[in-house]
Design a protein around this ligand. Structure first.
Ligand code: FAD
Ligand code: DHB
Length: 410
């Protein structure tokens, strides 16, 4: 009998379903799902446990910018078909300030590197399809997930599935359960060092039924605050406005949103976003956060469970992918030859990439947002930084290198 059939057959409250796997994965976001697929292709067993429903996980609107390395990884693991057809490849990006847009030709500056626009929810949908086709376990709506004994050789995950208490014994647990998950808080406080900065602003994001009026993204610094023009498809525009971290979305009528976006984004050449029906709105807080190390015994943290970046650099999803690629290669070594060198190096090497992304995301955020305590000097300084940036090939190359991202390494 399969493990899940056994669990379904058990009577609520009367049985503890015991099962075993090699890698227990908590969370079915981009990190957990990609890790599951990488392990599957290496012949390593895993069970993925997710506390939300499949619909919720797929519908959740979040990031949209994929680095080349993320696109390549999607293709390598066999889920790149729809991405190749529907993803929008961009070779450049605009910075707007003082009424003008300035294009940074990322591909020319970096020897051909660019980004691809493809919604995180589409990435998640493709990975869920692949997981379900593999026949390996992926359970949604699990409850009361907790991790135990990860400083021993046999860590366990306890949870309830369809009312049945379950205990999964693993070789390794992967904490891919995001910033608000349970794996990082399960690590004793004296085993972790936390580095953190909260920002005094958030982003109000919308999706609109409107053809994108620019082929490439526009990041804008305006006296009224930051705004970002992005897209999801030839029919859908994605837009963001800097707002208060606790902004009441109810105070933003569609008309108010459009007039604020126009005020912050329109340039003197007559460019502005096309308007259309707004079909999704939300407010996101902004934070920089790193937990060190990204490991405690046999528990490995990956993605937002270990680190958060403010969205301005578009790094969050890509960092999560870089982590699980590294972790999968390390686990392959461990299972093939018992060699733990890569597992031992995982945290230090993942943190090196994380801190590069932290620096870039903090820099982009501070260059482009207006904080309450800022005075006219700060605004002029930000303008001067942007003027320097778009006038210096060296500075533009630096931005393009970080924005398009380095190849993933193990
Ligand atoms: P997540 O996507 O958070 O996935 C974690 C999964 O674990 C979730 O499915 C969650 O339901 C599940 N989980 C949580 N707790 C448990 C539990 N106890 N048991 C089982 N499962 C659990 N990045 C950008 O680059 N640009 C953006 O515009 C952008 N917008 C964002 C908006 C929001 C509201 C948020 C929260 C993040 C945003 N990000 C953005 C960041 C980006 O989406 C993340 O970096 C990315 O989702 C990280 O993937 P992950 O798999 O590590 O974590
Ligand atoms: C998008 C999100 C980002 O955080 C970003 O920097 C650029 C684009 C987006 O959702 O399209």
């Amino acid at each position: 009998m399969s493990w899940s059939a056994a669990a379904h057959g058990a009577k609520a409250g009367t049985t503890i379903m015991l099962s075993r796997t090699q890698v227990g994965i908590v969370g079915a976001g981009p990190a957990g799902l990609m890790l599951g697929q990488l392990l599957h292709l290496r012949g390593i067993d895993s069970v993925i446990l997710e506390n939300r429903s499949q619909e919720y996980v797929i519908e959740r609107v979040r990031a949209g910018v994929l680095e080349q390395a993320t696109v390549d990884l999607m293709r390598e693991v066999g889920v790149g078909g729809r991405l190749a057809r529907e993803g929008l490849r961009h070779d450049g990006v605009y910075l707007a300030f003082g009424g003008a847009r300035h294009r940074i030709d990322m591909a020319e500056l970096t020897g051909g590197r660019g980004i691809t626009i493809y919604g995180q929810n589409e990435v998640v949908r493709d990975l869920i399809d692949a997981r379900q086709a593999s026949g390996r376990p992926l359970h949604f709506e699990v409850e009361d997930v907790s991790v135990h004994d990860f400083t021993s050789g046999t860590p366990t995950i306890r949870y309830r599935l369809n009312g049945v208490a379950c205990e999964l014994t693993c070789d390794v647990i992967a904490g891919c359960d995001g910033f608000h998950g349970i794996t990082r808080p399960a690590i004793p406080a004296d085993r972790l060092r936390i580095f953190e900065r909260a920002y005094p602003f958030g982003w109000l994001g919308i999706l609109a039924e409107a053809a994108p009026s620019s082929d490439e993204l526009v990041y804008s610094l305006h006296e009224r605050g930051f705004a970002l023009f992005s897209m999801r498809s030839p029919q859908v525009t994605r837009l963001y406005l800097q707002c208060a971290p606790d902004e009441d979305i109810g105070a933003w009528s569609d008309d108010r949103i459009w007039s604020e976006l126009d005020a912050r984004l329109a340039t003197n050449d007559g460019w502005r976003p096309n308007h259309g029906r707004i079909f999704q709105k939300g407010v996101t807080g902004m934070r920089s956060f790193v937990a060190e190390p990204m490991r405690c015994g046999r528990l490995f943290l990956a993605g937002d469970a270990a680190h958060i970046v403010p969205p301005t650099g578009a790094k969050g999803l890509n960092l999560a992918m870089a982590d699980v690629y590294r972790l999968a290669v390390a686990l392959e070594d461990f299972y093939r030859s018992g060699n733990e060198a890569r597992l031992d190096a995982y945290s230090e090497r993942a943190l090196a990439r994380t801190w590069r992304a932290q620096r870039f995301s903090w820099w982009m955020t501070s260059m482009l947002h207006r904080a309450d305590g800022d005075n006219p000097f700060d605004f002029r300084r930000q303008r001067a930084e942007l003027e320097y940036l778009v006038g210096s090939r060296a500075a533009m190359t630096s931005l393009a290198e970080s924005y398009t991202g380095a190849a993933f390494d193990a």
